[in-house]
Design a protein around this ligand. Structure first.
Ligand SMILES: *Cc1c(COP(=O)(O)O)cnc(C)c1O
Length: 380
């Protein structure tokens, strides 16, 4: 058996090499490194795949979220509701604009924001604070779309916009509707380790709204009006490099197969492990992009150490929820404020789930997890 890697970009590159090399060579011969033709070609494909009018690429998933908030003129005094169990970028962009992230706890089995907790936080901010509720950033953690039916409804009742942080879920769907089209604005990431990754940083925002799309293209280029030297708002330098667009164009033809492979693997893990550990729950109407396959287990660090010894690499996303991070200390939160997120941080463990694992490796991982759990009495 080949050694098991957590992510295998080499195997993927092998598979796409001819197309990748010719697409990169094309950029190196036309030299249009910024907003070259590949960027537009990619944006057309992304918009079509998402069933949205506009897909605007940008320099990272973080900048995609920032563009989404800037296009809504978010600033000091505004409250943006989100989950504390996410990568820091989700809340960081809110802070960078001087607005206030307000956390709501997650559902225990999807790890995504809980609509009930969200409703309670919206009511609390309305009653008890000077902040103005403006929007919700729902996060599709580990690739599973959040519950947009209830989040979009709740947001509409309170006149809030919804941004989908789809950094991990590109390739997933809900009720047959692809990620990118599940909220008013969706933001995704093409960081190399995401389900669709480029060879550096990259991202995209999706919307059906012409005015918002126009704001995205303006903000990603220094707040341009008619051109770069006509500045109508404060903006960023946040474009996707043409070379990265070329890489993504070479990866897209095999992307759906890769998502299918991740789903087959996730099913094998769940079949083999659901009696031993808490395995991820995917609602019948959802398809996860399986950015991560994450289990909950007691004695997590011991289990991870035994797995490492056995040749099974694992990762912990995320060891500390945002409300307990030093950077968010000014919010005055303490342990116990978001117990479901805290419990997840203590017990979560992600197993290798990339598309280039074979059946033998997947069985090996399952056996190794069962073995590590029995040695440490960690079954849940
Ligand atoms: C990766 C990630 C981001 C940020 O994307 P970058 O491309 O790394 O800037 C934002 N939110 C979530 C949930 C992520 O996983």
């Amino acid at each position: 058996m080949q050694p098991i890697s957590f992510l295998d970009l080499a195997a993927q590159k092998e598979k796409i090499a001819p197309d990748l090399e010719s697409r990169m060579a094309a950029v190196l011969s036309h030299h249009r490194y910024i907003l070259g033709p590949e960027v537009q070609e990619l944006e057309e494909i992304l918009a079509r795949r998402a069933g949205m009018k506009h897909a605007v690429t940008c320099s990272s998933g973080t900048d995609a979220l920032l563009l989404a908030l800037m296009a809504q003129n978010i600033g000091p005094g505004d409250a943006i509701f989100t989950t504390p169990f996410t990568f820091v970028a989700t809340a960081e962009v809110v802070e960078l604009l001087g607005a206030t992230p307000v956390f709501a706890d997650i559902e225990p089995d999807s790890f995504n924001i809980c609509s009930k907790a969200l409703a309670a936080q919206i009511d609390r901010v309305n009653k008890e604070s000077d902040l103005t509720p403006k929007g919700v950033i729902a996060v599709d953690l580990f690739g599973l779309p959040a519950n947009y039916a209830s989040i979009n409804d709740l947001a509409a009742q309170h006149n809030l916009f919804v941004i989908a942080d789809a950094a991990q879920s590109y390739g997933g769907s809900l009720n047959q509707k692809p990620v990118g089209g599940l909220a008013g604005i969706s933001a995704t990431s093409f960081f190399p380790a995401k389900p669709l990754g480029c060879y550096g940083d990259g991202g995209a925002v999706f919307t059906d709204d012409d005015e918002i799309a126009n704001a995205f293209t303006s903000i990603r280029m220094h707040g341009k009006g008619t051109d770069k030297y006509d500045n109508v708002r404060h903006g960023l330098n946040a474009r996707l490099d043409t070379l990265q667009a070329a890489v993504l164009l070479a990866k897209l033809p095999i992307f759906d197969e890769e998502i299918a492979a991740r789903n087959r693997m996730a099913k094998a893990y769940t079949d083999g492990l659901h009696n031993v550990v808490a395995t991820p729950v995917v609602p019948a109407n959802a398809v996860s992009a399986w950015a991560q396959y994450s289990i909950l287990v007691e004695n997590r660090d011991q289990v991870a150490a035994i797995l490492k010894e056995a040749g099974v690499p694992t990762a912990i996303y995320y060891p500390k929820p945002l409300h307990l991070q030093t950077a968010y200390a000014s919010h005055g939160h303490s342990v116990g404020d978001f117990p479901v997120s805290e419990n997840a941080s203590d017990r979560i463990l992600s197993l290798p789930v990339h598309p280039y694992l074979d059946d033998e490796q997947v069985s090996f991982v399952i056996d190794a997890v069962c073995d590590a759990c029995s040695k440490t009495k960690s079954a849940i």
